[in-house]
Design a protein around this ligand. Structure first.
Ligand SMILES: [Zn+2]
Ligand SMILES: [Zn+2]
Length: 549
């Protein structure tokens, strides 16, 4: 029998860009195709997507992508995937609607083979039988994916919590998880995001109580910011608004589109006379309105961020506004979020980022919920994913404390090949090719390490452009080189010293060398960099310009 392999191309040892291959014989499928967000050192990079080289090398075996849910870290790389691969992409109706809305921005939808799957209904892809199982999370239609193979069941939990009072009244399918456990699960690839939080997380529906408290305290307008995919939280804003006699307007294109789409498809149930078109906001008194706004992560172009800079023409912050942050900061976004919060406070708003009764709860299960998943599914092997290495190790410790044998646990990295034959499982010595592709959304090509290095150098020490006029045919220089600087903060005489040193060096060149543009440019960069670094320990980018006269 062929080997069964499970290979994360992203999402193992990180929270983001989830993308895992399951392959056997001639069949290869991918579970999720997500993005992650850039770090501080990724100058000008907007998103990070997985490197698809392994899929390119195995294109003929690639049969399908199966999506667990519509969060960006699970679907955000699809627009890059579909421009290159044409296999079907299976998702639930809600996920499909969200993915379509997102893809519309980039690709021709007719060419994207999105296929519906129904939660609880198995279907075949090549040698695999795929079973989507309902779990609770912070977005509708989150599915664990059980991949039935001739070696056993590979179970992806996706992102989950065990929420016993979900806002949409669609609880996790605990019965099916139990049956799978009784029949035997070969390996569980579990979410490990909140393994460091003991106990059991609060239900999403607890947020309504937080809203009740904060809404009743506010005298003026209320603005609530959250992820525009958090439909259950929006539902609670609409419901509590009705209770307290306020109407809800929506600011921000992405959020407005999502609200309309979800209402049309029945995922959002807006009580009668609660929705208020943004244009009618001024017809209502301040204490009668709530505004849902984009920008919970401090994104510069989002409505709330623009309001904080007084750049949003449709709505201005006024004294007495209360702004509720109903979302967790994604690590790395804290700086942008706090800068926005400070600007909002300066404009006279009260900003609530944390409240005694929570206005935000995590969509990921705490430690006892992760234990419950293990108890229910009773996997033979365990491999935590959707966590940084520290989360994965804590998860393995947790599993040990539950009596799970150590030799049946794996610490996966991106590129790890977890292999199964009919006797055992092991990680292959050789990882497959994996990596991250940095995307600057204003350009269509990935940002390379070289470009990133140049951007870092420009940001740190600026640029010096050195121009030199030369008669290249005769091999003669015309006058003294000149320098222009941008963003360079070293003393002015450093530049003069560098140009003096350059003149001395140029005077020593042979006629043949003076006829070569490349050679002259090399000398300019070499001398100017060396002098500047020696004089003031800075490393600006040096751009040589040889003007032929
Ligand atoms: Zn998620
Ligand atoms: Zn996730």
């Amino acid at each position: 029998m062929s080997l069964l392999k499970v290979i994360p191309l992203g999402g193992a040892g990180e929270i983001g860009k989830n993308c895992t291959v399951v392959e056997m014989g001639d069949d290869l499928i991918v579970i999720d195709c997500g993005l992650s967000f850039p770090h501080e050192e990724h100058f000008g990079v907007d998103i990070v997507v997985p490197n698809f080289d392994y899929l390119r090398d195995n294109k003929d075996r690639l049969k399908a992508v199966v999506i667990t849910h519509a969060h960006e870290d699970h679907v955000g790389a699809l627009s890059f995937f579909v421009s290159e691969f044409d296999c079907p992409i299976y998702c639930t109706p809600f996920t499909e609607a969200m993915v379509r809305a997102k893809l519309e921005e980039r690709v021709k939808l007719l060419e994207v083979p999105l296929k519906r799957m129904t939660i609880g209904k198995k279907f075949d892809i090549g040698a695999f039988e795929i079973e989507p199982i309902r779990l609770t999370h912070s977005i509708p239609e989150m599915c664990a994916i059980a991949v039935h193979t001739s070696h056993g069941v590979v179970m992806f939990t996706g992102d989950f919590k065990f929420d016993f009072s979900p806002v949409d009244h669609q609880p996790s399918d605990i019965k099916r998880l139990t049956q799978l456990g009784e029949d035997g699960v070969l390996v569980l690839l579990s979410d490990s995001t909140n393994v460091d939080r003991p106990g059991w997380g609060p239900s999403e529906s607890a947020v309504a109580e937080g809203y009740r408290r904060e809404f009743s305290k506010a005298k003026g307008r209320i603005m609530v910011t959250m992820f525009s995919s958090n439909i259950h939280r929006m539902q609670q804003v609409f419901d509590v608004a009705k209770e307290v006699g306020r109407r809800v307007a929506v600011a921000g294109r992405r959020m407005d589109d999502t609200v309309r789409m979800c209402q049309r498809l029945g995922y959002l149930n807006i009580p009668e006379n609660v929705y208020l078109p943004l244009e009618e906001l001024n017809k209502r008194a301040a204490h009668e309105v709530i505004i849902l706004v984009t920008g919970s992560q401090g994104e510069p172009m989002a409505a709330l961020s623009q309001m904080s800079r007084k750049e949003y023409s449709r709505l201005q912050i006024v004294e007495g506004d209360t702004i509720l942050y109903s979302a967790r900061p994604i690590p790395g976004n804290e700086g942008m979020i706090w800068r926005t919060v400070n600007r909002l406070i300066r404009l006279g708003a009260s900003v609530v980022t944390d409240a005694p009764t929570p206005i935000h709860v995590s969509g990921h299960g705490y430690q006892d919920e992760l234990k419950m998943m293990v108890q229910l599914t009773k996997p033979f092997y365990l491999a935590p994913v959707h966590g940084e290495p520290r989360h994965q190790l804590l998860y393995l410790d947790m599993a040990k404390s539950m009596g799970h044998p150590e030799h049946r646990m794996f610490h996966l990295h991106n590129g790890s090949q977890l292999c199964f034959d009919d006797q055992k499982a092991w990680i292959d010595d050789k990882p497959v090719k994996w990596g991250e592709v940095l995307i600057d959304q204003h350009g269509n090509v990935p940002v390379t390490d070289a470009v990133l290095g140049q951007r870092a150098a420009l940001a740190m020490d600026g640029v010096i452009v050195v121009s030199l006029a030369a008669d290249l045919k005769a091999g003669a220089l015309e006058g003294r080189p000149e320098a222009q600087i941008k963003g360079f903060s070293g003393p002015g005489e450093t530049i003069e010293d560098a140009l003096d040193a350059l003149c001395d060096e140029l005077a020593k060149l042979k006629p043949a060398e003076l006829k070569s543009r490349d050679f002259l440019e090399g000398v300019i960069v070499d001398i100017v960099k060396r002098v500047v670094q020696r004089k003031c320990q800075q490393r600006p980018v040096v751009i040589p310009v040889v003007v032929a006269v």
